[in-house]
Design a protein around this ligand. Structure first.
Ligand code: ZN
Length: 307
């Protein structure tokens, strides 16, 4: 069983600019400051509108000095956030104030959206809608009603969409919702923002070149480890190799590459981001999982400084 997007993880270059873009400009909060558990000399930064639920968290592996990648096929091309239907004017003004150029507003599936990029060139959208009941995180300059509510959808791009669409609908509990030109919108659980996956056919677009400003993987939310296990078994039966279960402290993860090339993760909803911090202190200090705590000093010395 899948209940929408759990998180999206991308690669960034300059750490301080990465933090500035998502907190100061987009108004998300730092939910967690930790390290890449598979490579603890690299930061893993989590930004979100709420620590209480998945589906609002974009995370980054910052590699200072890493050259820019190029978005393309076989990957998540666009990460779209959801805002209230009356907020588009606010956001266009805000992006202009911060000299972030955007395209739009345009319309798709009867919703207005604008498209822009972060400082590393990661492709983002804000989609205005009146269906999203989640509340945003108010910050100085952004009221709760204008704030980003979480993800709206992830856009996956392929030269040929069939195999990926078949996996999502046949194995990953997604259903078809709408189609518009080369775009197929799927949903899991219910038809609300945060649960949409758009699969777009672009026959002539080159494959993604991974680097700063590209998505590393997309994580889908599953309620618990039993459901995660049965999904992993289902994937294995279709011939897809899945990783062992990895303990990510805030959730348990299983990774696999779908036939179209995108790295996907099935992440459990719990235990969540409040296992080692309170809501008030979220994101302030470097958090390490218990098995790395004895190496804290060494890890702190390895990590690039944050201004
Ligand atoms: Zn992940």
């Amino acid at each position: 069983m899948i209940q929408g997007i759990h998180h999206i993880t991308a690669i960034s270059g300059n750490i301080s600019k990465n933090i500035r873009f998502y907190t100061e400009i987009l108004g998300l909060r730092v939910i967690k400051k930790t390290v890449n558990y598979d490579s603890p000399d690299t930061w893993h930064l989590y930004f979100g509108s709420s620590a209480q639920r998945p589906g609002t968290t974009i995370t980054f592996f910052p590699f200072p000095g890493f050259s820019r990648g190029k978005s393309g096929n076989g990957s998540v091309k666009v990460t779209a956030f959801s805002v209230g239907s009356g907020s588009m004017g606010f956001w266009m003004k805000r992006l202009r104030e911060y000299q972030v150029s955007y395209r739009g507003p345009s319309r798709r599936f009867d919703e207005e959206y604008i498209a822009f990029e972060d400082f590393d060139g990661l492709e983002l959208e804000l989609v205005a809608n009146d269906k999203d009941l989640r509340s945003g995180h108010a910050t100085p300059g952004i009221s709760e009603e204008n704030a980003i509510k979480g993800f709206h959808h992830a856009e996956l791009s392929y030269s040929s969409v069939e195999k990926t669409a078949a996996l999502f609908t046949g194995v990953l509990f997604h259903e078809r919702l709408q189609e518009e030109s080369e775009r197929l919108r799927l949903f899991s659980h219910d038809t609300l923002p945060g649960n949409f996956i758009d699969i777009v056919g672009r026959p002539s677009l080159p494959a993604q070149q991974q680097g700063a400003g590209t998505v590393h993987h997309l994580a889908l939310n599953t309620p618990d480890e039993d459901r995660q296990q049965s999904l992993a078994e289902k994937l294995s039966k279709t011939g897809i190799f899945t990783s062992e279960v990895k303990d990510r402290q805030y959730f348990k993860s299983v990774y696999f590459r779908e036939p179209g090339g995108t790295l996907l993760e099935i992440a459990t909803e719990g235990p969540g981001f409040l296992v080692d911090e309170t809501t008030e202190t979220l994101g302030r200090h470097l958090k390490l999982p218990p098995w790395m705590e004895s190496r804290r000093e060494e890890i702190e010395n390895l990590l690039p400084a944050i201004d």
